[in-house]
Each structure stands twice: as C-alpha cells, then as structure tokens.
Design a protein around this ligand. Structure first.
Ligand code: HSE
Length: 331
C-alpha cells in the first residue's frame, strides 16, 4: 500500500514512527506492507520516491531540501500518480473553508484514490460532497482520526452499532479543554494548564479554536453528517467555550458534587457545544485529562459510552493506521 502524506507535524511524524515500529506486525498479522511514497509539507518542501521513502532518514531531517527524494513536483500531481493508493491528510485545516485539505481530498477522490483524514476541516465543510465523490469513483473515504483520535468513535457508530438507530451523540470531544478543566480542579491556573496542553501536543497550533469550542464544534459537524446525514455549518451550532469559566465556578461545582465539562452534542435536529455542570453519576463527568468520551443513545442498546484518548500525536497516528488496515481488509 503506497501512501501520499500531506502534513508532517507531530501527527505525521508519529504515524511514520508507528509504521517503522509496526512493520513486522503488519506484515505478519495482516500481510500488509505500508510505504510512504510522498510527504508534502507547507514549509519544509516535498519528498517523493515511487519505491517508498526511507522513514528513518526522513525523521532525522529537519528540512527536506537537499535530500535525494526532494522534488519540485506539485503535490496535486503526486497524489494522482499511478503508484499512489491512498492519500492521507494530517495537516491543520481551516474549519471555515476546509482548506488546504478540501482540495487535496477532492483531487484524490476524483482520481479514484482512497483517502484517510485525521484533519477536520474538509469533512466539517463538505462531508456529503466528499462522500458522494468517493461513491462515484468507488474509493474509500475514512476519517476515524477526525473525532477522538484513534479511539474508535466513528467505527463504533458506523460499523459496530449498525442496525441500531442512533438518536443522539453526546460527548467530551476536545482533549485540550478537558485537560484544562481537570487541571483547574487541582488548583492550577487556566494559563498554566493551557500551556501544558500545548506542550503535550493536544492543542491545535492556534489553541483559540480549542478553548472557544470550535474544535469540538467541527467534530459535531462531522458527526452530524456521519450519523444523521446533515450538512450543518458552524453558524448553525450553538457554541460556547471554556474561556469564561473561573476557578470560583469550578469550586462551586465541586462543592455541589458536580463537574464542569465541555459537552458537545448532536441530534437530527442540530448540535451544540457548551460547558455544562454534570452530576458525578454521569459517565462523562468522570472522564479526566485529555481523555475523550462519547455516549451514543440508541434504540436497541440504550446508551453506549466509549472512553479513550481524544488527542495526541501517537493516538492520532494510530487512527490513520486503523483506517489503512480497514481499507486493506475491504480489499
Ligand atoms: N486539539 C484537539 C483536542 C486535537 O484538543 O482535542 C484532537 O482533535
């Protein structure tokens, strides 16, 4: 399986390291050999080798210029090259425009390539358009990493709960804000907790989108399309972040046996993201740190709650791997 990878920040690098670490296991357990043939970055140049790049060498370089596989070929021409099977997008995307990932997804799917994204913008803006394009060209579009990193929130809903009718999804879908709220409960300041979340690789390059609720909102747009076939816009959602929550608010909730959580929810009628004081008996109230959780309300199973990592380079790198294994199994 030959991959063209857009983005080589913390997630792209972690994914490359996972491929090195898991090469033997993938071969043995799945008869799967994944080669990254191209890597495209915004600031460090582009690499392309139809035989597959030497990932150990690539990881050791801070800049691609001067490397034997460095190329001036535009990435849009590389992703349509015969040798490429799957195009991966892990670069930050603008959740208003979906770019630059949206054009990459369009080009790749139009050329009949399978597409795996961990970025959110393209799907938040154009989920239905991209799914239709994938159907037209009989390609796969998988996006497990766009919601709750490698914790299989999408696969649980779309595959394991298939046959149930899901009437609501409600969850903690942003690791940065949950980390901040949890640390504030121990007395840490908001600013220190945010800085730690950035250092640990949970926050977006501009954390405003995390703390003001827009990252969770983008995930709600993806879920609203994936679960209910809606194509909502950010402006359709009721979004409030955590920036107005004070240490006094947190203490008051604690005194009442409750916890503040940034709860994102969606039904067929629409969605919202807002801080809510949850009683401790709610499973979402007991999810701490960068961990995420989602509760699907279903007709046949009642509530099904999934808890796991919601952010982090290696955890998101695993999401990419899980989608590639899924594509491989589909044949
Ligand atoms: N910034 C995001 C978060 C990363 O904190 O959850 C995962 O989408």
């Amino acid at each position: 399986m030959k991959i063209a990878l857009n983005g080589f920040g913390t997630v792209g690098k972690a994914f490359a390291q996972i491929l090195i670490d898991k090469a033997q296991t993938l071969q043995k357990e799945f008869d799967l050999d994944i080669q990254i043939a191209a890597i495209n970055t915004r600031t460090r140049g582009t690499l392309f080798n139809p035989e597959g790049l030497d990932l150990s060498k690539v990881l050791a370089q801070s800049n691609f210029t001067g490397m034997a596989d460095a190329t001036q070929t535009a990435f849009k021409d590389i992703i349509t090259h015969d040798v490429i099977d799957v195009v991966l997008d892990v670069a930050p995307t603008d959740i208003q425009t979906g770019q630059p990932g949206l054009d990459i997804c369009r080009q790749a799917l139009s050329a009949g390539k399978d597409v795996v994204v961990a970025s959110k913008g393209a799907l938040a803006v154009a989920f239905n358009e991209l799914q239709e394009k994938a159907q037209q060209t009989r390609s796969h579009l998988l996006y497990e990493g766009s919601v709750m990193a490698g914790t299989p929130a999408i696969r649980l809903a779309k595959q394991d709960l298939a046959g149930c009718t899901i009437t609501e999804a409600r969850g903690i879908l942003n690791g940065t804000t949950n980390y901040i709220l949890t640390q504030m409960e121990t007395g840490m300041t908001y600013a220190d907790a945010l800085q730690q979340a950035q250092e640990l690789g949970y926050a977006e390059p501009d954390p405003t989108g995390d703390v003001e609720g827009w990252d969770a909102a983008a995930k709600i747009l993806i879920l609203s399309a994936a679960l209910f076939g809606l194509q909502l816009k950010l402006s359709d959602l009721d979004v409030t972040g955590i920036t107005q929550i004070t240490p006094e608010d947190i203490a008051a909730a604690q005194a009442a046996g409750e916890r503040y959580k940034l709860v994102a929810s969606v039904t067929a009628q629409g969605g919202s993201v807002k801080p809510i004081r949850l009683p401790l008996i709610d499973p979402l109230a007991n999810v701490g740190g960068a961990t995420n959780a989602i509760t699907y309300r279903t007709d046949l199973m009642g509530d099904v709650t999934l808890i796991g990592a919601g952010a982090g380079p290696r955890q998101t790198g695993f999401a990419l791997l899980s989608d590639l294994i899924d594509i491989h199994r589909r044949g």
